[in-house]
Structure formats: C-alpha cells, structure tokens
Design a protein around this ligand. Structure first.
Ligand SMILES: [Zn+2]
Length: 120
C-alpha cells in the first residue's frame, strides 16, 4: 500500500536548506533527509497571484515527504514545463498531491525537470 504524502518537519527542511538548492543550475536529485535516498526533487514556478513571487516544492519520490514554500524572486529565468496551466488549473493540481507529484515525477523522468536557467 502506498503511503500518504507527509510534510518534512522543520528540522528536515532546515537540513535540506543547509545545502542551498541551486535552483536553475545543473542540480540533479539531492539526498532525502528522511530516507537517505537520492530522490529529493524540486520544482518552482512564478506565482500567478503575486508578482515577484516564486512557489517552490521539494519532494522525495521514495518516501513521499514534501515541502512547499513561497519566496521572493527578482526576475523569472526558469523554463516551466507547466507554464500553459492557468492559475485555476494550478490550484487544482496542487490540491491533489498524489496527482501533482506524480505529474512532476513524470516530468523529471522525461528530462523536463529539473529546470535549468534559460541562457540569454
Ligand atoms: Zn525520502
């Protein structure tokens, strides 16, 4: 039986952030602080609701822990494989974590994630 998605706890989030996530660089999967597997993945997008806001997720495909956060960005330089989605579609995706992380895992497997910074 497949377990439910759980949040990383605060100490686990801190341990993930101790190695700064080099968003947009050639960062491949990272080590998960819960299960130790190299299956910690990430995805970020420009918030459709607030300018200069970024929504970012990290999740472990192996033990099914995740963390989501909103942060500030100066400018948006990442390709977004989900860019055609409307704000409403994004809310729908993210309200079903099973489907959402399943979709992101498929993008990761197919090479559309991780997002690599666009070169000018
Ligand atoms: Zn894990």
């Amino acid at each position: 039986m497949i377990g439910m998605w759980k949040n990383f706890d605060l100490a686990q989030v801190e341990s993930i952030l101790r190695v700064p996530l080099r968003i947009g660089e050639d960062t491949l999967a990272l080590t998960c602080p819960v299960c130790g597997s190299m299956t910690l993945h990430w995805y970020a997008y420009a918030s459709p609701f607030r300018s200069k806001a970024r929504v970012a997720y990290v999740w472990c495909s192996n033990c099914r822990h995740y963390h989501g956060a909103t942060g500030y960005v100066d400018s948006w330089v990442l390709p977004d494989p989900l860019a055609p989605a409307s704000a409403d579609e994004r809310l729908a995706f993210e309200s079903d974590l099973e489907a959402f992380f399943g979709k992101l895992d498929r993008l990761w497997s197919s090479g559309q994630l991780p997002q690599i910074r666009l070169r000018p």
